[in-house]
Design a protein around this ligand. Structure first.
Ligand code: FES
Length: 330
């Protein structure tokens, strides 16, 4: 019978690392008693690099006691505490062999669904850069009707077609067509942002339905702030150049600046950027909550409506507009 041993939470912190600042929430502390779990987080928890962690599909991270024991043996350590591996739930008895994507578990009043393993995404250049190759092949063999097709972008001299890989080149819609994949299929894509953008556009141009294209960004993204925090000096906050807004005043209290709203901006994030007010963002569409900031006074409307509203007293600047005079903790 599986058991939940500990619930662990922690919020992102900036730490100095090799002369840079890294935002991370890897340190989790066990909590006692009940905790509210929402669609994106357990209360008191957060993620630092939202390009690689968090979001609806990775809201809660689970790690097994059996894996603790493995690392204790590997590292000859016996000082691990719950949350040591950055996990939210430390569990016992849910082995990788038993748990499947789609399995659901009820804990208290919350229902959890297994969405994905903790696997780092990678691009495969050749056999030397092809981690988990054996494991992936073994797992695929256990799936009825599965099919595997491996592209190496730069096959090495030792790499053998048919044994190590199927073809040389890069993955794109032409490959899918050649493989006979129907355009009515569901497409689950992961990879760097540029790769996802190209492939998604290619699939849409081919006639695949947007609703059937599911993407997840791994690796570096063009978004500005996850992970490493840019500490380079920037311009001091200023009024946007080349225009004078006539809408309600927006006060950036930390920056000591008041700028009038103008509907030419899509969101308060855009106004803040035009003012060089320091901001943090990732998805810019109301999903990741990277841009969540304090709303000191006033109210905002949302367009588009975020996946989940921010905490009481906060706002998501990437998708909100002022309803009147407002004061922001920025
Ligand atoms: S940047 Fe993701 S919710 Fe605002």
């Amino acid at each position: 019978m599986p058991r939940l041993l500990s619930v662990n939470v922690g919020l992102p912190r900036d730490i100095a690392w090799h002369g840079q600042t890294v935002r991370t929430a890897v340190w989790k502390e066990p909590v006692q008693g009940r905790r509210m779990v929402r669609r994106l987080n357990i209360d008191g928890d957060g993620q630092g690099d939202l390009a690689g962690h968090g979001g609806e599909q990775r809201a809660v991270f689970v790690y097994q006691m059996e894996s603790y024991h493995y690392w204790e043996r590997q590292l000859s350590r016996h000082d691990f505490v719950f949350g040591q591996f950055g996990e939210n739930f430390t569990v016992e008895g849910l082995s990788d062999e038993e748990v499947c994507i789609g399995d659901q578990y009820r804990i208290g009043g919350a229902l959890f669904e297994v969405t994905q393993p903790r696997v780092t995404c990678y691009r495969v250049g050749n056999r030397d850069e092809h981690p988990f190759a054996q494991e992936a092949r073994r797992l695929l063999q256990t799936l009825p009707n599965s099919r595997c097709y491996i592209l190496y972008s730069r096959p090495g001299q030792e790499d053998r077609p048919g044994r190590d890989f199927d073809a040389a080149g890069h993955f794109n819609v032409t490959v899918l067509k050649e493989l006979g994949v129907p355009r009515e299929a569901d497409f689950y894509l992961c990879g760097p942002a540029a790769f996802l953008h190209d492939l998604t556009s290619g699939l849409a141009a081919w006639g695949a339905s947007r609703e059937r294209i599911h993407t997840e960004i791994f690796g570096s993204t063009p978004s500005s702030t996850p992970g490493l925090v840019d500490t380079a000096p920037s311009l001091p906050p200023h009024l946007p150049t080349g225009y004078a807004g006539t809408g309600p005043p927006v006060s950036f209290s930390r920056s000591g600046l008041v700028a009038h709203w103008d509907p030419r901006f899509q969101s308060l994030l855009e106004l803040a950027e035009a003012c060089d007010v320091p901001v943090r963002w990732s998805c810019r569409t109301g999903v990741c909550h990277s841009c969540e900031s304090g709303l000191i006074a006033g109210s905002v409307s949302y367009q588009p409506e975020p996946l989940e509203r921010p905490a009481e007293g906060n706002l998501l600047i990437c998708c909100s507009q002022p309803e009147g005079e407002i004061v922001l903790d920025l």
